[in-house]
Design a protein around this ligand. Structure first.
Ligand code: FEO
Length: 176
């Protein structure tokens, strides 16, 4: 059975994943309002991934014989508070670095408690965070190269439009 401390930590992370989904949805709304439909798509796919992460963690708690706890989900910044797509993706990177710290704390706790199953579970997220941060950094670098060139921005936007949502946990019935 999952310990009380790990149940609390992962329940809090479920909440944080739903907050991430909410944050990316607010960012997607900014992009759509700015007619950057590719970026809006990319951020929408991210929203769906974050929901999948939250549900996956929720199910893990139940699968380990514990019950998740629920709390208020924080409101994201207003979509109108973003000043540019670069501003959005810089906020994505700051956010994902915070998520990495949270995930690492859970991994450390699982290690301390010698919960090998939980450690294995959370390592998927440790690796996922490397990709999350790398994706954000890559888009930031490209947005900096684009600068104020509207044509290049639209080219980058077309690339972001090609991102498709793929269920990261295809065997999880709740996510089908
Ligand atoms: Fe659920 Fe963006 O990590």
């Amino acid at each position: 059975m999952l310990s009380e401390s790990l149940t609390k930590a992962i329940s809090e992370q479920v909440n944080a994943e739903y907050y991430s989904a909410y944050l990316y949805q607010a960012m997607s709304a900014y992009a759509e309002d700015a007619s950057l439909m590719g970026a809006a798509n990319w951020l929408w796919v991210q929203t769906r991934e974050e929901m999948a992460h939250g549900i996956h963690m929720y199910q893990y708690i139940l699968d380990r014989g514990a019950i998740p706890s629920f709390d208020t989900i924080q409101a994201p910044p207003a979509s109108t508070s973003f000043s540019s797509l670069l501003d959005v993706f810089e906020a994505v990177l700051v956010h994902e670095r915070e998520v990495t710290e949270r995930i690492n704390k859970i991994a450390t706790l699982a290690m301390k408690e010698n919960d090998h199953a939980c450690y294995h579970f959370i390592m998927w997220y440790v690796n996922e965070q490397v990709e999350e941060e790398s994706n954000a950094r890559n888009i930031i670098d490209r947005l900096k190269l684009v600068g104020n060139n509207a044509g290049q921005l639209l080219t980058l936007d077309s690339e972001l439009a090609t991102r498709l949502y793929v269920n990261p946990f295809p065997t999880d019935v709740k996510l089908m």
